[in-house]
Design a protein around this ligand. Structure first.
Ligand SMILES: Nc1nc2c(ncn2[C@@H]2O[C@H](COP(=O)(O)OP(=O)(O)OP(=O)(O)O)[C@@H](O)[C@H]2O)c(=O)[nH]1
Ligand SMILES: [Mg+2]
Length: 378
């Protein structure tokens, strides 16, 4: 019998971040990702999947009263069960695969006399979170990228059934002793990599206010604190714009200079921004410490981003100047001008206070409009 993975919905919030198969891909339904106190966020795992073997064909001859030398009646074996991966919106981490790593579908049973066909092995569905990219570890081949709710992909083919001796009866051989054996089920070593599905990603130094912003704009409630690396795992939130429109925002741990070489929490969480269509680069306009310089911190993040992925570095990126409430308007304007001049920033920029919510509605509307415009251009 195959083992089913423990379903990850007991203790932490249910999240829906799959793209719906028929709906607008830009609009996913999400609550917050999970409760970090209960469950560790895991976004990489390797598993072994083994399909069931085909059952052997039977070698048998009829034995009935009054029938001498009955003909062959060996039935075929059953097919081996295959292993499928299924994208499940109720799962939000690969943590289950730290515990159960082997998945085996049922084998087919052997055939029997009286032309009885062996029972086929049941297919096994292994549930994985939406957004999981699957590779074959041995060949490196990309097997699947499961982004849609319920999307199902065969990853190991069940063995074929063997044939019973009935099949080999012919005019020249009325009592065949030949059968074929079932073939072995396919076995594979798979790597699973979860890349969250969000429309917009938040990027910035620790303490820039990313988690404060996602809490202000969505119902996500990540931990917020005035020390760096408060966020240790990504969070998702749905930002509602008006009554019918919404988009998904991803908050990831802060980046620092040298992150690509492992400083701080490194850059591995950037993979969760790879499916986004706009990056919001948050910068604290009034950082503490004399050496803190907003323009330098923006540049540092840009460098780390480019080291991670040229493609991600080229994604539309808007500057979101945060902590507007900390300065009076004159000081703010001056600091903002200096930042924009120093960066030579020509792209979009917004001014917000994640703490008071000022400017966040305008930001949400601009993001929504951009996402809709991108949809139309596709
Ligand atoms: N005054 C003011 N404080 C803010 C604002 N936004 C965030 N903060 C404060 O800045 C600190 C850091 O905020 P977080 O939201 O935890 O920052 P983060 O970017 O998520 O930081 P990491 O998770 O460490 O990367 C907290 O003390 C927040 O209360 C703002 O608009 N105004
Ligand atoms: Mg944070």
């Amino acid at each position: 019998m195959g083992t089913r993975p423990a379903r990850a919905s007991l203790h932490y919030a249910t999240v829906r971040h799959c793209e719906e198969p028929t709906g607008d891909a830009a609009i996913a339904k999400t609550t917050f990702l999970f409760d970090p106190h209960i469950m560790k966020f895991v976004d990489e795992a390797t598993i072994r999947v083994q399909a069931g073997n085909g059952g052997h064909g039977a070698l048998s001859f009829r034995r009935e009263k009054y029938v001498e030398r009955g003909g062959p009646d060996g039935g075929d074996g059953g097919h081996g069960g295959s292993v499928y991966l299924v994208a499940d919106p109720a799962m939000n981490t690969l943590a289950d695969f730290r515990v159960v790593r082997r998945f085996r579908a049922e084998s087919g049973r052997g055939g029997a006399g009286r032309n009885k066909t062996g029972r086929s092995g049941q297919d096994l569905d292994v549930h994985i979170p939406c957004g999981t990219v699957v590779h074959d570890v041995d060949t490196g081949e990309l097997i699947a990228d499961l982004t849609q709710t319920g999307q199902r992909q065969k990853v190991a083919e069940g063995g074929r059934a063997g044939l019973g001796n009935t099949r080999f009866k012919s005019s020249i051989n009325r009592a065949p002793r030949k059968i074929t054996r079932g073939t072995p089920g396919e076995g594979r070593h798979l790597s699973l990599e979860l890349k969250l599905i969000a429309d917009v990603g938040l990027l910035g130094m620790p303490n820039a206010g990313k988690s404060t912003l996602i809490s202000a704009m969505s119902e996500a409630k990540p931990r917020i604190a005035d020390y760096p690396f408060t966020t240790l795992h990504p969070n998702l939130g749905v930002v509602r714009v008006g009554r019918l429109q919404s988009f998904v925002m991803a908050d990831i741990p802060g980046l620092i200079e040298g992150a690509a070489d492992g400083a701080g929490l490194g850059i591995r969480f950037l993979k969760h921004l790879q499916r986004t269509r706009i990056l919001l680069h948050l910068v604290d306009i009034a950082p503490i410490g004399e050496s803190a310089n907003p323009a330098k911190s923006v540049r540092a993040i840009e460098r780390e981003l480019a080291k991670f992925s040229v493609d991600l570095a080229a994604r539309p990126r808007w500057l979101v100047i945060n902590k507007l409430d900390l300065l009076d308007s004159e000081a703010f304007d001056k600091a903002k001008r200096q930042l924009i001049d120093e960066l030579g920033w020509e792209g979009m920029h917004f001014e917000v206070s994640a703490a008071t919510g000022q400017g966040t509605a305008a930001l949400a509307q601009a993001v929504m409009a951009e996402l809709l415009a991108q949809n139309e251009n596709e």
